[in-house]
Design a protein around this ligand. Structure first.
Ligand code: TYD
Length: 217
């Protein structure tokens, strides 16, 4: 089972992913935890180029293709082998990030992005996507606090410093994607406390497994 976590900056994806992983581990599962950009060996070199606020002059096309290169390698090196071995993969960001950020955010044609993204992934799509949704104001506030606390304001801040309009387009883009694929994308209210966010994620997962005729317990 391939589960992805999506959302704007500061939506709490990484916390939700860790809590869901801990829940599954307590029940004897051994999920693979990974993320984009940066889940593969190549990706660890690409991540600073993509996220560092001091990266200058990266064109939006070059940015797009670096995210796709990161994803192609990540699928080949980490995700597909794990799924083929029967493991559950929990991934912080995947293809929907490209549609939301490079498509709705930067203005690349979304249908064209779907096609080139499918080339990068070899057609792999998540079984379930948890979209952690909250207002842009709240998300940026949380992301700012985290970056200050972790000292990553510059090293991870390139997207955080985009305009409010950009982040509003990304959020609206995510919600449009969720509306067009409600069976795959579950919208989670990310303003709730982490344990309530986990409960919402679990109920979306249960529902998905129920449709497939399997269970988590
Ligand atoms: P991430 O490390 O998850 O940061 P955050 O915790 O702030 O969400 O994501 C890195 C950034 O990369 C994030 O701002 C979104 C952006 N991104 C894209 O623009 N396109 C993509 O395809 C991916 C995977 C990420």
């Amino acid at each position: 089972m391939f589960v992805t976590f999506e959302g704007i900056e500061g939506s709490g994806k990484s916390t939700a992913l860790r809590l869901l992983a801990a829940y599954l581990q307590e029940r004897g599962h051994d999920p693979v935890l990974t993320r984009e950009p940066g889940g593969s060996t190549l990706g660890r070199s690409l991540r600073p180029i993509l996220l560092d606020a001091r990266t200058r002059g990266l064109s939006s096309r070059a940015e797009l293709h670096l995210f796709l290169a990161d994803r192609a390698q990540h699928v080949a090196e980490i995700i597909r082998p794990a799924l083929e071995a029967g493991q559950t993969v929990l991934c912080d960001r995947f293809s929907d990030s490209t549609l939301a950020y490079q498509g709705y955010g930067r203005g690349h044609d979304v249908e064209r992005l779907r096609r080139i993204n499918a080339q990068a992934t070899g057609g792999l799509a998540p079984d379930l996507t948890l979209l952690l949704d909250l207002s842009v104001a709240e998300g940026l506030e949380r992301a700012g606090e985290r970056n200050r606390a972790e000292g990553t304001v510059l090293s991870e801040g390139r997207f955080d410093s985009e305009s409010l309009d950009f982040h509003e387009r990304v959020r609206a883009g995510y919600l449009a994607l969720a509306a067009s694929e409600p069976e795959r994308i579950a919208v989670i209210d990310a303003t709730q406390a982490p344990e309530d966010v986990l409960l919402q994620c679990l109920s979306a997962l249960e529902e998905r497994l129920h449709h497939r005729g399997t269970g988590i317990a």
